[in-house]
Ligand binder design. Structure first.
Ligand code: ZN
Length: 159
């Protein structure tokens, strides 16, 4: 049995009038995240952590933003393709732990829905998908509401 850990970090700029997608859930807010895809920072860090754990480079390498196929793509599709890549290397996911850093709005009420959406899309047990939320006490680019960031760590195994 081989057990490996992976880590992911991502940032997106926030702009007025953009949609705010976090963990596959659209959150109603004056500002949203800017990106080539739907800019879902939480799904991106989960992808990056999984890819890192399997030594498959990163999300930008696997799904380049120079490729028009990925323009405005639902990041849940990227997560599913990431899981397919891991499966093809013989890995299964043990658990995911993540933190989203956002000053406003409060996203903790949406966490159960995010867990459900991710679980339904990926077949990972809700019990194995941890999502946490924090503000940065009004400090830095997150605190000034210029951006959203997230971190994730995962464990994967190969029998
Ligand atoms: Zn991203």
């Amino acid at each position: 049995m081989k057990i490996r850990t992976g880590f992911g970090y991502d940032v997106h700029r926030l702009e007025i009038g953009q949609d705010l997608w976090v963990g596959g859930v659209k959150i109603d807010h004056t500002k949203g995240a800017v990106g080539h895809s739907d800019a879902d920072v939480l799904l991106h860090v989960i992808c990056d952590a999984l890819l890192g754990a399997a030594n498959l480079r990163d999300i930008g390498f696997q799904f380049p933003d120079s490729d028009d196929r990925y323009k405005d793509i639902d990041s849940m599709i990227l997560l599913n393709r990431t899981i397919e890549l891991l499966t093809s290397k013989g890995y299964t996911i043990i658990n995911i732990d993540s933190t989203v850093c956002l000053q406003a709005p409060k996203i903790s009420p949406f966490i159960p829905e995010m867990q459900k959406k991710i679980s339904e899309a990926t077949d990972i047990d809700i019990e194995d998908i941890s999502i946490k939320a924090t503000t940065t006490e009004k400090l830095g680019f997150v605190g000034s509401e210029e951006g959203i960031s997230a971190f994730a760590t995962v464990l994967i195994e190969k029998p």
